[in-house]
Design a protein around this ligand. Structure first.
Ligand SMILES: Cc1cc2nc3c(=O)[nH]c(=O)nc-3n(C[C@H](O)[C@H](O)[C@H](O)COP(=O)(O)OP(=O)(O)OC[C@H]3O[C@@H](n4cnc5c(N)ncnc54)[C@H](O)[C@@H]3O)c2cc1C
Ligand code: FES
Length: 254
Protein backbone atom coordinates (compact mmCIF):
# COMPACT_ATOMS: atom_id res chain seq x y z
CA UNK A 1 0.00 0.00 0.00
CA UNK A 2 1.33 3.43 -0.99
CA UNK A 3 0.28 6.96 -0.19
CA UNK A 4 0.80 9.42 -3.04
CA UNK A 5 0.04 13.03 -3.81
CA UNK A 6 -1.29 12.45 -7.30
CA UNK A 7 -1.62 15.11 -9.98
CA UNK A 8 -5.01 15.31 -11.74
CA UNK A 9 -4.40 14.81 -15.48
CA UNK A 10 -8.04 14.74 -16.63
CA UNK A 11 -11.52 15.16 -15.11
CA UNK A 12 -14.59 15.02 -17.30
CA UNK A 13 -18.29 14.36 -17.14
CA UNK A 14 -19.10 11.25 -19.18
CA UNK A 15 -22.84 10.98 -18.43
CA UNK A 16 -25.48 12.66 -16.29
CA UNK A 17 -23.90 12.87 -12.81
CA UNK A 18 -21.02 10.52 -13.76
CA UNK A 19 -17.40 11.70 -13.87
CA UNK A 20 -14.13 10.13 -14.90
CA UNK A 21 -11.07 11.51 -13.15
CA UNK A 22 -7.50 10.53 -13.99
CA UNK A 23 -4.40 10.84 -11.80
CA UNK A 24 -0.71 10.44 -12.40
CA UNK A 25 0.44 8.04 -9.68
CA UNK A 26 3.25 5.76 -10.92
CA UNK A 27 3.96 4.08 -7.57
CA UNK A 28 0.36 2.85 -7.39
CA UNK A 29 -0.39 2.41 -11.12
CA UNK A 30 2.48 -0.03 -11.53
CA UNK A 31 1.26 -2.48 -8.88
CA UNK A 32 -2.50 -2.26 -9.07
CA UNK A 33 -4.85 -5.09 -10.15
CA UNK A 34 -8.45 -5.01 -11.47
CA UNK A 35 -10.99 -4.98 -8.63
CA UNK A 36 -8.69 -3.26 -6.13
CA UNK A 37 -9.59 0.21 -4.90
CA UNK A 38 -8.18 3.56 -3.79
CA UNK A 39 -9.07 5.61 -0.74
CA UNK A 40 -9.03 9.29 -1.68
CA UNK A 41 -8.72 12.32 0.56
CA UNK A 42 -10.73 14.73 -1.56
CA UNK A 43 -9.74 17.93 0.29
CA UNK A 44 -6.71 19.49 1.99
CA UNK A 45 -8.77 20.71 4.95
CA UNK A 46 -10.63 18.63 7.54
CA UNK A 47 -13.91 18.42 5.63
CA UNK A 48 -14.82 15.79 4.70
CA UNK A 49 -12.71 14.10 7.36
CA UNK A 50 -12.80 10.56 6.03
CA UNK A 51 -11.27 9.34 2.81
CA UNK A 52 -13.67 8.09 0.12
CA UNK A 53 -13.21 4.64 -1.50
CA UNK A 54 -13.34 4.18 -5.29
CA UNK A 55 -12.69 1.21 -7.56
CA UNK A 56 -9.87 1.39 -10.04
CA UNK A 57 -11.61 2.02 -13.34
CA UNK A 58 -8.58 1.82 -15.62
CA UNK A 59 -4.81 2.06 -15.72
CA UNK A 60 -2.78 3.54 -18.57
CA UNK A 61 0.96 3.46 -17.93
CA UNK A 62 1.49 5.73 -14.88
CA UNK A 63 -2.10 6.98 -14.85
CA UNK A 64 -5.08 5.64 -12.94
CA UNK A 65 -8.69 6.59 -13.56
CA UNK A 66 -11.71 6.44 -11.30
CA UNK A 67 -15.35 6.64 -12.44
CA UNK A 68 -17.67 8.17 -9.91
CA UNK A 69 -21.21 9.22 -9.24
CA UNK A 70 -21.73 12.60 -7.58
CA UNK A 71 -23.50 11.45 -4.38
CA UNK A 72 -22.62 13.94 -1.62
CA UNK A 73 -20.01 16.48 -0.58
CA UNK A 74 -16.93 14.27 -1.16
CA UNK A 75 -17.77 13.36 -4.73
CA UNK A 76 -18.94 16.93 -5.43
CA UNK A 77 -15.49 18.21 -4.41
CA UNK A 78 -13.84 15.51 -6.54
CA UNK A 79 -15.95 16.50 -9.55
CA UNK A 80 -14.58 20.07 -9.25
CA UNK A 81 -10.89 19.09 -9.32
CA UNK A 82 -8.96 20.81 -12.09
CA UNK A 83 -5.96 19.79 -14.17
CA UNK A 84 -2.77 19.92 -12.07
CA UNK A 85 -4.65 19.87 -8.75
CA UNK A 86 -3.30 17.27 -6.33
CA UNK A 87 -5.25 14.54 -4.53
CA UNK A 88 -3.93 12.41 -1.68
CA UNK A 89 -4.36 8.76 -2.70
CA UNK A 90 -3.97 5.60 -0.64
CA UNK A 91 -3.70 2.35 -2.58
CA UNK A 92 -3.84 -0.16 -3.97
CA UNK A 93 -6.25 -1.52 -1.35
CA UNK A 94 -8.08 -4.83 -1.03
CA UNK A 95 -8.08 -7.96 -3.14
CA UNK A 96 -9.10 -7.77 -6.78
CA UNK A 97 -10.52 -10.28 -9.26
CA UNK A 98 -8.75 -13.60 -9.72
CA UNK A 99 -7.19 -13.56 -13.19
CA UNK A 100 -5.74 -17.08 -13.04
CA UNK A 101 -8.39 -19.48 -14.28
CA UNK A 102 -8.88 -21.95 -17.12
CA UNK A 103 -12.29 -21.03 -18.52
CA UNK A 104 -12.07 -19.36 -21.94
CA UNK A 105 -15.44 -17.59 -21.72
CA UNK A 106 -16.25 -14.89 -19.22
CA UNK A 107 -19.40 -12.93 -18.45
CA UNK A 108 -19.23 -9.51 -16.83
CA UNK A 109 -22.50 -8.39 -15.24
CA UNK A 110 -22.70 -4.73 -14.36
CA UNK A 111 -25.55 -2.84 -12.72
CA UNK A 112 -25.51 0.97 -12.87
CA UNK A 113 -22.24 2.37 -11.56
CA UNK A 114 -21.15 -1.22 -10.89
CA UNK A 115 -19.47 -0.70 -14.28
CA UNK A 116 -16.65 1.20 -12.53
CA UNK A 117 -14.12 -1.67 -12.05
CA UNK A 118 -14.75 -3.33 -15.42
CA UNK A 119 -12.79 -1.32 -18.02
CA UNK A 120 -9.53 -2.43 -16.39
CA UNK A 121 -10.78 -6.01 -15.91
CA UNK A 122 -11.90 -6.10 -19.57
CA UNK A 123 -8.45 -4.99 -20.70
CA UNK A 124 -6.70 -7.61 -18.57
CA UNK A 125 -9.05 -10.42 -19.68
CA UNK A 126 -8.51 -9.53 -23.35
CA UNK A 127 -4.73 -9.52 -22.72
CA UNK A 128 -5.18 -13.11 -21.53
CA UNK A 129 -7.16 -14.09 -24.67
CA UNK A 130 -10.44 -14.56 -22.83
CA UNK A 131 -13.79 -14.14 -24.57
CA UNK A 132 -16.08 -11.62 -22.88
CA UNK A 133 -19.80 -11.12 -22.87
CA UNK A 134 -20.85 -8.02 -20.91
CA UNK A 135 -24.35 -7.61 -19.56
CA UNK A 136 -25.15 -4.04 -18.54
CA UNK A 137 -28.33 -3.38 -16.62
CA UNK A 138 -30.10 -0.29 -15.31
CA UNK A 139 -33.49 1.13 -14.55
CA UNK A 140 -33.48 3.15 -17.79
CA UNK A 141 -31.06 4.04 -20.58
CA UNK A 142 -29.73 6.91 -18.40
CA UNK A 143 -28.24 4.31 -16.02
CA UNK A 144 -26.46 2.36 -18.76
CA UNK A 145 -22.69 2.87 -18.59
CA UNK A 146 -20.76 1.47 -21.54
CA UNK A 147 -17.41 3.17 -21.03
CA UNK A 148 -14.49 0.77 -21.59
CA UNK A 149 -16.71 -2.31 -21.96
CA UNK A 150 -16.96 -4.75 -24.84
CA UNK A 151 -19.50 -7.10 -26.51
CA UNK A 152 -22.46 -5.54 -24.76
CA UNK A 153 -25.91 -6.93 -24.00
CA UNK A 154 -28.07 -4.18 -22.54
CA UNK A 155 -31.13 -4.51 -20.38
CA UNK A 156 -33.33 -1.80 -18.84
CA UNK A 157 -36.29 -2.19 -16.52
CA UNK A 158 -38.37 0.35 -18.46
CA UNK A 159 -37.34 -1.01 -21.87
CA UNK A 160 -35.83 2.34 -22.95
CA UNK A 161 -32.69 0.52 -24.18
CA UNK A 162 -31.98 -3.12 -25.00
CA UNK A 163 -34.00 -5.95 -23.54
CA UNK A 164 -36.88 -4.92 -21.25
CA UNK A 165 -36.16 -6.55 -17.91
CA UNK A 166 -33.18 -7.09 -15.64
CA UNK A 167 -29.79 -8.78 -15.86
CA UNK A 168 -31.30 -12.18 -14.95
CA UNK A 169 -33.74 -11.91 -17.88
CA UNK A 170 -30.75 -11.03 -20.06
CA UNK A 171 -28.75 -14.02 -18.76
CA UNK A 172 -31.65 -16.31 -19.64
CA UNK A 173 -31.96 -14.64 -23.03
CA UNK A 174 -28.33 -15.26 -23.99
CA UNK A 175 -28.11 -18.70 -22.41
CA UNK A 176 -27.66 -20.27 -25.86
CA UNK A 177 -24.33 -18.41 -26.18
CA UNK A 178 -23.11 -19.98 -22.96
CA UNK A 179 -24.90 -23.31 -22.98
CA UNK A 180 -22.81 -26.33 -21.99
CA UNK A 181 -19.60 -24.38 -21.70
CA UNK A 182 -17.73 -23.56 -18.55
CA UNK A 183 -17.49 -19.85 -18.05
CA UNK A 184 -16.60 -17.47 -15.26
CA UNK A 185 -18.71 -14.56 -14.05
CA UNK A 186 -17.65 -11.20 -12.62
CA UNK A 187 -20.21 -8.84 -11.19
CA UNK A 188 -20.59 -5.49 -9.44
CA UNK A 189 -23.70 -3.46 -8.75
CA UNK A 190 -26.54 -3.00 -6.28
CA UNK A 191 -26.92 -5.64 -3.56
CA UNK A 192 -30.35 -6.65 -4.89
CA UNK A 193 -28.81 -7.52 -8.25
CA UNK A 194 -25.94 -9.44 -6.66
CA UNK A 195 -28.42 -11.42 -4.53
CA UNK A 196 -30.42 -12.34 -7.64
CA UNK A 197 -27.24 -13.44 -9.43
CA UNK A 198 -26.27 -15.60 -6.45
CA UNK A 199 -29.67 -17.29 -6.58
CA UNK A 200 -29.48 -17.77 -10.37
CA UNK A 201 -26.12 -19.54 -10.19
CA UNK A 202 -26.81 -21.38 -6.91
CA UNK A 203 -27.29 -24.80 -8.48
CA UNK A 204 -24.38 -24.97 -10.87
CA UNK A 205 -20.62 -24.94 -10.73
CA UNK A 206 -20.03 -21.56 -12.35
CA UNK A 207 -17.64 -19.44 -10.28
CA UNK A 208 -19.04 -15.96 -9.69
CA UNK A 209 -16.78 -13.25 -8.29
CA UNK A 210 -18.58 -10.19 -6.92
CA UNK A 211 -17.18 -6.82 -5.94
CA UNK A 212 -19.22 -5.58 -2.98
CA UNK A 213 -19.42 -2.24 -1.15
CA UNK A 214 -20.05 -0.95 2.32
CA UNK A 215 -19.41 2.25 4.22
CA UNK A 216 -15.68 2.46 4.96
CA UNK A 217 -13.42 4.53 7.17
CA UNK A 218 -9.79 3.35 7.18
CA UNK A 219 -9.92 1.12 4.06
CA UNK A 220 -7.23 -1.30 5.25
CA UNK A 221 -8.50 -3.38 8.16
CA UNK A 222 -7.98 -1.21 11.25
CA UNK A 223 -11.40 0.24 12.16
CA UNK A 224 -13.40 -3.03 11.70
CA UNK A 225 -16.12 -0.93 10.10
CA UNK A 226 -16.87 -3.02 7.01
CA UNK A 227 -17.78 -6.59 8.05
CA UNK A 228 -19.49 -9.08 5.75
CA UNK A 229 -20.82 -12.47 6.76
CA UNK A 230 -18.59 -15.19 5.32
CA UNK A 231 -19.54 -18.86 5.23
CA UNK A 232 -16.00 -20.27 4.95
CA UNK A 233 -14.42 -18.22 7.70
CA UNK A 234 -14.02 -19.52 11.28
CA UNK A 235 -15.05 -16.19 12.79
CA UNK A 236 -17.87 -15.98 10.17
CA UNK A 237 -17.04 -12.34 9.30
CA UNK A 238 -14.54 -10.91 6.87
CA UNK A 239 -13.65 -7.29 6.22
CA UNK A 240 -14.73 -5.94 2.85
CA UNK A 241 -11.77 -3.55 2.64
CA UNK A 242 -9.04 -6.08 3.50
CA UNK A 243 -10.44 -9.49 2.48
CA UNK A 244 -12.52 -8.08 -0.41
CA UNK A 245 -13.99 -6.07 -1.98
CA UNK A 246 -14.02 -9.03 -4.41
CA UNK A 247 -15.37 -12.30 -3.01
CA UNK A 248 -16.44 -15.63 -4.44
CA UNK A 249 -20.20 -15.14 -4.29
CA UNK A 250 -20.67 -18.60 -2.75
CA UNK A 251 -18.58 -17.56 0.24
CA UNK A 252 -20.55 -14.51 1.37
CA UNK A 253 -23.99 -13.89 2.74
CA UNK A 254 -25.40 -10.87 1.01
C1 LIG B 1 -14.73 -0.66 -2.26
C2 LIG B 1 -15.60 0.47 -2.76
C3 LIG B 1 -15.50 0.89 -4.07
C4 LIG B 1 -16.29 1.94 -4.54
N1 LIG B 1 -16.14 2.32 -5.82
C5 LIG B 1 -16.86 3.36 -6.29
C6 LIG B 1 -16.67 3.81 -7.62
O1 LIG B 1 -15.84 3.28 -8.37
N2 LIG B 1 -17.41 4.87 -8.02
C7 LIG B 1 -18.33 5.49 -7.19
O2 LIG B 1 -18.98 6.45 -7.61
N3 LIG B 1 -18.52 5.07 -5.94
C8 LIG B 1 -17.81 4.04 -5.47
N4 LIG B 1 -17.98 3.65 -4.17
C9 LIG B 1 -18.93 4.40 -3.34
C10 LIG B 1 -18.27 5.73 -2.93
O3 LIG B 1 -17.24 5.45 -2.00
C11 LIG B 1 -19.30 6.66 -2.32
O4 LIG B 1 -20.24 7.01 -3.31
C12 LIG B 1 -18.64 7.93 -1.83
O5 LIG B 1 -17.87 7.63 -0.70
C13 LIG B 1 -19.67 8.96 -1.48
O6 LIG B 1 -18.98 10.05 -0.90
P1 LIG B 1 -19.69 11.47 -0.77
O7 LIG B 1 -18.93 12.26 0.22
O8 LIG B 1 -19.92 12.08 -2.11
O9 LIG B 1 -21.12 11.10 -0.23
P2 LIG B 1 -21.59 11.05 1.28
O10 LIG B 1 -21.87 12.45 1.72
O11 LIG B 1 -20.66 10.22 2.10
O12 LIG B 1 -22.94 10.28 1.08
C14 LIG B 1 -23.98 10.87 0.24
C15 LIG B 1 -25.08 9.84 0.11
O13 LIG B 1 -24.59 8.70 -0.58
C16 LIG B 1 -24.81 7.52 0.20
N5 LIG B 1 -23.65 6.63 0.01
C17 LIG B 1 -22.39 6.83 0.44
N6 LIG B 1 -21.61 5.77 0.11
C18 LIG B 1 -22.42 4.89 -0.54
C19 LIG B 1 -22.24 3.61 -1.09
N7 LIG B 1 -21.07 2.95 -1.04
N8 LIG B 1 -23.31 3.01 -1.69
C20 LIG B 1 -24.52 3.62 -1.73
N9 LIG B 1 -24.74 4.84 -1.20
C21 LIG B 1 -23.72 5.46 -0.61
C22 LIG B 1 -24.91 8.02 1.63
O14 LIG B 1 -25.68 7.12 2.41
C23 LIG B 1 -25.61 9.35 1.46
O15 LIG B 1 -27.00 9.17 1.32
C24 LIG B 1 -17.22 2.59 -3.67
C25 LIG B 1 -17.33 2.17 -2.35
C26 LIG B 1 -16.54 1.12 -1.90
C27 LIG B 1 -16.66 0.67 -0.47
S1 FES C 1 -12.86 0.19 6.45
FE1 FES C 1 -11.73 0.00 8.29
S2 FES C 1 -11.67 -2.14 8.57
FE2 FES C 1 -12.62 -1.92 6.64
Amino acid sequence: MYQALACVTDNKKIAENIHLIEFEAPSIANVIAPGQFLNLRVNDNLFPLLRRPFSICDVNNDRISVMFNVMGEGTKILSQKKLNDYVDILGPLGNGFNLTFNEKKTVIISGGLGAAPFPYLTKELLNRDKEIITIVGGRSSQDIIKHGLTNLFITTEDGSEGLKGNVIDCLKDINNLLFETQYRVFTCGPNGMIKAIKKYFADNKIVVEASVESAMACGFGICQGCPIEHVQSEDTYKLICKDGPVFNLNDIII
